[in-house]
Design a protein around this ligand. Structure first.
Ligand code: ZN
Length: 357
């Protein structure tokens, strides 16, 4: 092949030649492998029924997903399996991976709302990734999917969970929920407000079945227990090969949540009523205090609420916590993840979106 990829996708991404130029080859099984950019490999079979983005390394210290993506690309190059879907594999932020850090200057996963003025490396990367994904989805009319793979940076009552962004597109996400179950994830969280994450970008701009996966715990490269990711890998390969998905786990349950509220910090006086390192999905009974800011107290609403991604140290105007409640969707009906409305069988914002875009 492409001698550039023969040493591995991750190695090339971390130690690219100074004279990189895009190249492509066709494997003996008819699969085209195109090395579009440093950290971006595109797979094109002769015929495809889905177009799937699998991204990793948006946060440089979340390394298990990076190893998984590297392994999947190697397996395709070795012809260990033959995809029947178009694929775009991404290892996003080599500088942050080298530095063992989440980001260098700015959180890359907040930079997908607009084309960014280039004030730092993350802005440059976000613009490049937006362009790669746009070109990838524009090439065909297959069903668009996007898995943006992350590792959790805090303890969680659910070890592996998917966050489905709210979007104004009428995308029935039941197949995505089915995939999360097939990959033996522990939970799904259906969002309520638009965000500026990579998975939101694909959901909002292209109507993709998109989710951010929060998995396991942060560890150094090659110090991850990749055994934890075997069910996800098997489900991904099945989806990529248009095969039946594995059965859900018979041992562990699967929980569904909807976001009820976002707590936003509006002043330096903001305080959470619990520790910043509280585990994701820590539950608070109705009336229990969650946060306080200049005399305004936030308490859990009727039915209680669980807290996800709490952080009192965010900048003023940013999200300090998400609050969620268990939610059992009726999967005999479509499931839309609506903006500022309940998730459910009615796509409230589908018409609204046309006037927005
Ligand atoms: Zn992350």
């Amino acid at each position: 092949m492409d001698s550039q990829l023969s040493g591995g996708f991750l190695k090339h991404t971390l130690f690219p030649p100074s004279n990189f130029i895009p190249s492509s080859i066709t494997l003996s099984n008819g699969i085209n492998v195109s090395h579009n950019a440093i950290g971006v490999v595109e797979i094109t079979p002769p015929k495809a029924d889905k177009a799937i983005v699998v991204s990793s390394g948006i946060h440089g210290d979340e390394t298990a997903p990076i190893e998984l993506v590297d392994d999947l690309v190697s397996s395709i190059l070795d012809e260990a399996f033959r995809p029947t879907t178009r694929l775009l594999f991404i290892i996003a932020h080599p500088d942050a991976i080298h530095a063992h850090t989440r980001f260098i200057e700015e959180n890359l996963n907040r930079l997908f709302a607009v084309k960014n003025p280039v004030r730092n490396k993350e802005c440059e990367l976000a613009n490049e990734l937006q362009a790669q994904v746009q070109t990838f989805f524009a090439k065909g009319c297959e069903e668009p999917w996007h898995f943006d793979l992350h590792s959790a940076i805090r303890a969680s009552k659910h070890y592996m969970f998917g966050v489905v962004p709210a979007s104004s597109k009428a995308t029935d996400v039941r197949p995505l929920v089915g995939f999360l179950k097939a990959s033996h994830m522990d939970a799904v969280m259906l969002s309520r407000t638009p965000s500026s994450t990579f998975s939101w970008y694909s959901a909002e701009k292209f109507g993709a079945m998109a989710a951010t996966f929060e998995m396991g715990r942060v560890a150094r490269l090659y110090e991850n227990d990749m055994g934890e990711f075997v069910p996800l890998r098997e489900a991904l390969v099945a989806l990529m090969c248009s095969e039946a998905l594995p059965a859900p786990s018979s041992e562990k349950g699967f929980s569904s949540y909807k976001v009820t509220r976002t707590i936003t910090k509006t002043d330096d006086a903001f305080n959470l009523a619990f520790s910043d390192d509280a585990a994701n999905f820590t539950y608070f009974a109705e009336g229990e205090e969650l946060a306080e800011e200049n005399g305004t107290v936030f308490s859990a609403i009727a039915g209680g609420e669980a807290v996800v991604f709490p952080n009192s140290k965010v900048a003023i105007g940013q999200r300090a916590a998400l609050l969620v409640q268990p939610f059992e969707p009726d999967l005999s009906e479509p499931l839309y993840v609506n903006v500022e409305r309940e998730p459910g069988p009615i796509a409230y914002s589908a018409n609204h979106s046309r006037s927005l875009s």
